[in-house]
Design a protein around this ligand. Structure first.
Ligand code: SAH
Ligand code: ZN
Ligand code: ZN
Ligand code: ZN
Ligand code: ZN
Length: 559
């Protein structure tokens, strides 16, 4: 485990649209390095780092059977919300007309309620009353999904929202695309005097209950997936195409795959340029909030993919403050040197004045820096990265943290208690074990080096036991003798469905139609539906659970 953990997993960025989809949209092709020149490619969720959040797993060289495809499609349909975005926002409009005391929000069902509906939610966690302020700032009543290793919802403190909105005003922004930044969206949408319009794109569909389909789009920033399909994509395309000053504000979840995010930010820039007929040197301004280690410490993929795809980003000294983060909030519980989260921008830093209590303008650098960040004439810059006063080391020929000392064994500055020479071993290739190059540049990898054929066949047989046939021929035989299996082609499947009313629909659209026209399948109330889901573990196909278990097994063999 520890070994392969260190070798890690790379993302292979291809045209994601052709990859199989999980409930979070198209999956991503990963390559796990197993050492000794071996690697394994597989499709897995673009978003969830924890298999318990999304169990999708498929080996890249494994067959995609129609049986698998059916299971995947079924999962996506099962995960769709009962009410459409439009229907949910209609409830908002009704509730908005009521006095605060007659409004409530059910956190268990994620829905707004009128007072008269509250009796259906006896055993739920219901919030009431709901003020106008809360109705326009839902992040203040939605419980942040922070424990999950997936959404990682950490909300800006009011002070940081003001600083970011102030930055946008300074840039003369009139349109803001808030990607994973609900508090910034709320601030703009509820302040007409700012003269800005905002479109929020976020994976958390609870916001459908508070913002119209023109204001909020359920979106996955790791695969550029629009959950509500073409209509939502059109809304996005129209929003970015209007000839006004557009800025992106994004605060992606900690631990997300940065190379995917960088790729999709570039995609958005391309969409923006294309829709306005701009040439390729025009850059769309981005206010990008992230941990400050991202651009400086993360050694491998950051330097390769992110820096090269976001070449003009620099880091502001501003320390971003959160309401609900254990480390990155001001106050006694926060980090010793204050929050390590920063704002990265692709515009000159002089355009971003910072609050004068804690920051000042360095005239030489022409940028706003922490009060304690002292200009170094030798480095020709304000070099502190954490707000403390760095000191210049002539041995290293750069400024270093105040507590570091120059170590003659390491020939560089290090913390007092470091162990010498630790860092040297990091330069061996994960693919072949030789030094002098990294795994992406490994000559073995370029030859398509994966498990040897014999070896992979043996492993696959052992893994799959009776679950997957070894060849298509075997599968045909098996199916001929077994009437209960699934059809081999989509055409077969369509035929089967036409003659069999009890099967699942092929598309989400079909499913919505079916639910609308068929009173027996729709639950009588949201409460009923919730009960059904709670008490009936079998609503998901049984084989899905099996599927998940099997995936876990395969995955654990790879780790
Ligand atoms: N500080 C911000 C919130 C950042 S938390 C604010 O106060 O406005 C990260 C945000 O990204 C959350 O809103 C979360 O729902 C969203 N998010 C997480 N994963 C995402 C994904 N794959 N695609 C789009 N949004 C995502
Ligand atoms: Zn997923
Ligand atoms: Zn300076
Ligand atoms: Zn210096
Ligand atoms: Zn030194």
């Amino acid at each position: 485990m520890a070994n392969s953990d260190r070798l890690g997993v790379d993302v292979i960025i291809n045209d994601l649209k052709n990859n199989p989809s999980c409930v979070h949209g198209p999956t991503v092709l990963f390559e796990r390095f197993l050492g000794n020149g071996h690697s394994r490619k597989f499709y897995s969720c673009s978003t969830c780092r924890d298999r318990r959040d999304c169990g999708f797993f498929h080996l890249a060289d494994g067959k995609i059977t129609s049986c698998k495809r059916e299971l995947w499609a079924r999962l996506v349909i099962e995960a769709a919300p009962i009410l459409s975005h439009q229907e949910r926002f209609k409830i908002w409009k009704t509730v908005k007309r009521l006095p605060a005391s007659d409004r409530s929000y059910c956190s268990s069902c994620s829905s707004l309620l009128k007072k008269s509906d509250m009796s259906d939610h006896g055993s739920c966690a219901v919030i009431s009353p709901i003020s106008d302020e809360q109705l326009s700032h839902p992040s203040t009543i939605l419980v942040p999904k922070e424990s999950s290793k997936f959404e990682a919802q950490y909300l800006f403190a009011t002070s940081s929202v003001s600083v970011i909105v102030g930055m946008l005003q300074n840039l003369n922004t009139s349109r803001v695309l808030c990607i994973g930044a609900p508090r910034v969206h709320e601030a703009i949408a509820s302040s007409p005097h700012l003269n800005m319009s905002s479109l929020m794109m976020d994976i958390d569909d609870r916001y459908c209950s508070f913002f119209s389909p023109k204001q909020f789009i359920q979106y996955n920033m790791f695969n550029h997936h629009f959950f509500e399909g073409e209509t939502a994509k059109n809304t996005y395309e129209h929003f970015i195409s209007v000839d006004e000053n557009l800025v992106i504000v994004t605060d992606p979840p900690f631990g997300g795959r940065m190379e995917l995010l960088a790729h999709n930010l570039k995609q958005i820039q391309d969409d923006w340029r294309r829709s306005r007929g701009l040439d390729s040197h025009r850059e769309l301004p981005v206010v990008f909030v992230f941990h400050n280690s991202v651009l400086f410490v993360f050694p491998y993929f950051m330097e390769q993919q992110v820096i090269s795809s976001l070449p003009s980003f620099t880091m502001l000294d501003y320390q971003v403050d959160y309401d609900n983060h254990p480390l990155y909030s001001s106050g006694p519980k926060g980090m010793k040197n204050g929050s390590a989260v920063r704002v990265f921008v692709n515009l000159p830093q002089s355009m971003f004045p910072l609050p004068e209590e804690s920051y000042h303008l360095c005239k030489v650098c022409d940028r706003w820096v922490s009060i304690n960040n002292q200009h170094c004439d030798k480095c020709n810059g304000c070099m502190s990265k954490d707000g403390r006063t760095y000191k210049h080391c002539d041995g290293c020929n750069k400024c270093v943290k105040p507590s570091w000392v120059h170590c003659s064994d390491c020939s560089r500055c290090q913390p007092h208690d470091h162990r010498c020479q630790e860092a040297g071993s990091a330069l061996t290739c994960h693919m072949c074990g030789h030094s002098g190059h990294k795994r992406m540049d490994c000559p073995k990898r370029k030859l398509g080096c994966t498990l040897s054929d014999d070896e992979s066949k043996r492993k696959r047989r052992k893994r799959n036991k009776n679950t997957l046939p070894l060849s298509l021929e075997d599968e045909r035989m098996r199916r001929k003798t077994n009437k209960n299996t699934l059809p081999l082609s989509l055409e077969d499947e369509r035929m089967r469905r036409k003659t069999n009313k009890n099967t699942l629909p092929l598309s989400l659209e079909d499913e919505r139609m079916r639910r609308k026209t068929n009173k027996n399948t729709l639950p009588l109330s949201l409460e009923d539906e919730r009960m059904r889901r709670k008490t009936n573990k079998n609503t998901l196909p049984l084989s899905l659970e099996d599927e998940r278990k099997r995936n876990m097994e395969i995955f654990s063999q790879l780790t």
